[in-house]
Design a protein around this ligand. Sequence first.
Ligand SMILES: [Zn+2]
Length: 80
Amino acid sequence: MTWSRYAAGAAEVVTAETLCCGESRVLHRPVGIAHAVPAPASSGRGHAVCGEPVTVVGGLDWQMVWGVTRCPACRQLAGC
Ligand SMILES: [Zn+2]
């Protein structure tokens, strides 16, 4: 069985956040609309399957994107 693997990308990516107690934790989360980037893709700039230039979210699989809107064009091209 084979399936396409895609990394997640977005125009803006949060790489850290500060919790209310002042403690910071590292995270990698797309902001706004998430796009699918053809794998293998490491962190950095890339192009989503829909053609949008995006920043790749390191280590985040397209299938694992949660909490944000996923680009409809990427969903069609990459499968949701
Ligand atoms: Zn897209």
